[in-house]
Design a protein around this ligand. Structure first.
Ligand SMILES: C=CC1=C(C)c2cc3[nH]c(cc4nc(cc5[nH]c(cc1n2)c(C)c5CCC(=O)O)C(CCC(=O)O)=C4C)c(C)c3C=C
Ligand code: FE2
Length: 394
C-alpha cells in the first residue's frame, strides 16, 4: 500500500542524504579542496602569524599540517591513537571532540598572505605581483585584529564541530611556531558552488549565490579563478587568490525597511530570488528592461547590477561566504553579518574594481560595514607525497 511505498522511499532516501552530508572529500589533487567543492554548511576560518624565524621550522610545520589535515578530512584523528590510546603521561595528540563523528565533507584549504613574503623566510622573490595589499575602500571600518595574517586556513564541513576540531588541532600542532591572529566561525553557507545545490539565504533573507561561478562552469573557472602558467609565479599555477571580508550587517535597520525597498537595493525578488522583471530565480537578469516612466527595473545602483560582469568589463568571482553571528554589541544589536570569501585569478582586476563600485555606489552600504579583510595566495593542490605549499620552497 501507500504506507509501504512511502516507507521504502524513506529507507532508500535517508542513507543517501546522510552519506552526502558525511562524505569524505579527497584531500590531494591538482587543486585544493574547499573552492569548487559543493559549499558545506559550516566554516571555521583562521588567520595565523608565523612566530618562528626559521625557514626549516616553517617547512616542517607545513609537512606536519599536511599529514594531520589529510587524516582529518578522511574522518580520522589528527594523529594515530590521538585522543586516547597514546602515552597516558603525555597530552593527547588529538583533542577528541570529533571522535565518533564522520568526515562530514570536511575540506581544509591553506593560503599565504602578503606578510609571509617579507625577509624572514627567504620568500621575498616568490611574492606574486598579484598578491597586493588590498587598497582601503570608501567606508571601510577595518579592525586590524580581524585583518590580514601570514597564513590562512579555511575549514568547511557539514558539522560545525568537525570544522572547529580541524582548526583547533592545526593550531595546536603549530603551538610555538604560529599564533592565531583572528578567526571566524560561519554557521550557514551563503553560496552554492554546484548547480544541484539549493541556493541558501543570507542574513537579509535573500537567496545568495544564484549567479555564482559553479563547479560546472569550467570555462569561467579557467578564465576567472585558476592561476595559469602565463600568469605565474610557477609555484602558484593551479592555485588562486582568496579575499576575505568580515561584513557586519546592520540587520535591525534592514528589518525596518520595506520589502519593495529591500528588493530594489538587491535587484531581485526576496521570495523567488528572480531578477526584477523576470519570473524565476535562474532567469538571466535583463539590465535594460524599463518599467513605468522609463526607469530601469533593476536600478542603476542595484547590487546585482553594480556587481555584474556586464558592469565590470566581464569580471567575475567565485563566492563562498558564510553567515555569522558573534554575540551582540552591548547596544542591543546582534553582531551579525556575512563572512565574505571569494576566489579569483587576479584580485586587482576582479575583486578590487567590484568592491570599489559597491563601496561607492551600492545602497546596501547603508546597511553593512566591512570590519575585517584578508588577501591570500592559495597554492595548487597537494600531489601524492607532497606537502602544502611545497612549491614555495623549491
Ligand atoms: C565585492 C564583491 C561583493 C561583496 C562584498 C558582496 C557583498 C554582499 N552581497 C550580498 C547579497 C547578494 N549579492 C548578490 C549577488 C552578487 N554579489 C556579488 C559580489 C559581492 N557581494 C556578485 C559578483 C554577485 C552576482 C552579480 C551577478 O552577476 O548577478 C545577490 C543576488 C544573488 C546572487 O547572484 O548571488 C545577493 C542577495 C550581501 C548581503 C553582501 C554583504 C553583506
Ligand atoms: Fe553580493
Amino acid at each position: 500500500g501507500a504506507g509501504a511505498a512511502a516507507g521504502a522511499f524513506a529507507t532508500k532516501a535517508s542513507p543517501e542524504v546522510e552519506n552526502v552530508a558525511a562524505a569524505k572529500v579527497p584531500f590531494r589533487g591538482d587543486i585544493q579542496a574547499g573552492i569548487t567543492t559543493p559549499a558545506q554548511d559550516h566554516m571555521h576560518f583562521v588567520a595565523l602569524d608565523v612566530k618562528t624565524k626559521s625557514r626549516d621550522e616553517l617547512i616542517s610545520l607545513l609537512k606536519e599540517w599536511t599529514v594531520a589535515a589529510e587524516r582529518m578530512t578522511a574522518g580520522q584523528e589528527a594523529a594515530e591513537n590521538g585522543a586516547v590510546g597514546g602515552n597516558a603521561e603525555a597530552p593527547p595528540k588529538d583533542t577528541g571532540e570529533a571522535l565518533d563523528l564522520p568526515a562530514s565533507a570536511l575540506t581544509i584549504t591553506i593560503g599565504f598572505g602578503p606578510s609571509l613574503f617579507d625577509d624572514r623566510f627567504g620568500l621575498k622573490d616568490k611574492r606574486p605581483e598579484r598578491l597586493i595589499d588590498l587598497p582601503r575602500f570608501p567606508q571601510d571600518d577595518l579592525d586590524p585584529a580581524r585583518s590580514n595574517g601570514d597564513i590562512c586556513i579555511q575549514a568547511c564541513a557539514n558539522d560545525p564541530q568537525v570544522a572547529v576540531h580541524a582548526i583547533r588541532n592545526l593550531v595546536r600542532i603549530g603551538f610555538g611556531r604560529v599564533a592565531v591572529r583572528w578567526s571566524q566561525l560561519g554557521f550557514g553557507r551563503t553560496s552554492s558552488t554546484t548547480r544541484d545545490q539549493a541556493t541558501p539565504r543570507n542574513m537579509f533573507g535573500f537567496k545568495d549565490g544564484t549567479r555564482n561561478i559553479k563547479a560546472e562552469d569550467t570555462d569561467h573557472l579557467r578564465d576567472h579563478v585558476w592561476v595559469s602558467k602565463e600568469d605565474g609565479p610557477d609555484w602558484l599555477v593551479g592555485g588562486t587568490y582568496l579575499v576575505s571580508r568580515r561584513i557586519r550587517m546592520h540587520i535591525e535597520i534592514w528589518d525596518r525597511t520595506s520589502l519593495v525597498e529591500q528588493e530594489q537595493i538587491v535587484g531581485r525578488t526576496k521570495g523567488e530570488g528572480a531578477p526584477l522583471g523576470q519570473a524565476n530565480e535562474f532567469d538571466e537578469p535583463d539590465l535594460h528592461v524599463k518599467g513605468a516612466g522609463g526607469i530601469p527595473l533593476i536600478g542603476e545602483i542595484a547590487h546585482i547590477r553594480l556587481a555584474s560582469p556586464e558592469a565590470l568589463n566581464g569580471a567575475r568571482i567565485l563566492r563562498r561566504g558564510y553567515n555569522f553571528t558573534d554575540g551582540s554589541d552591548g547596544l542591543g544589536h546582534l553582531d551579525a553579518g556575512l563572512f565574505f570569501v571569494a576566489f579569483n585569478r587576479d584580485s586587482r582586476t576582479q575583486f578590487v574594481p567590484m568592491q570599489q563600485a559597491l563601496s561607492t555606489k551600492d545602497d546596501m552600504m547603508e546597511y553593512v560595514e566591512h570590519t575585517g579583510s584578508g588577501h591570500f595566495a592559495v597554492p595548487p593542490g597537494v600531489k601524492e607525497g607532497g606537502f602544502w605549499g611545497e612549491g614555495l620552497f623549491r
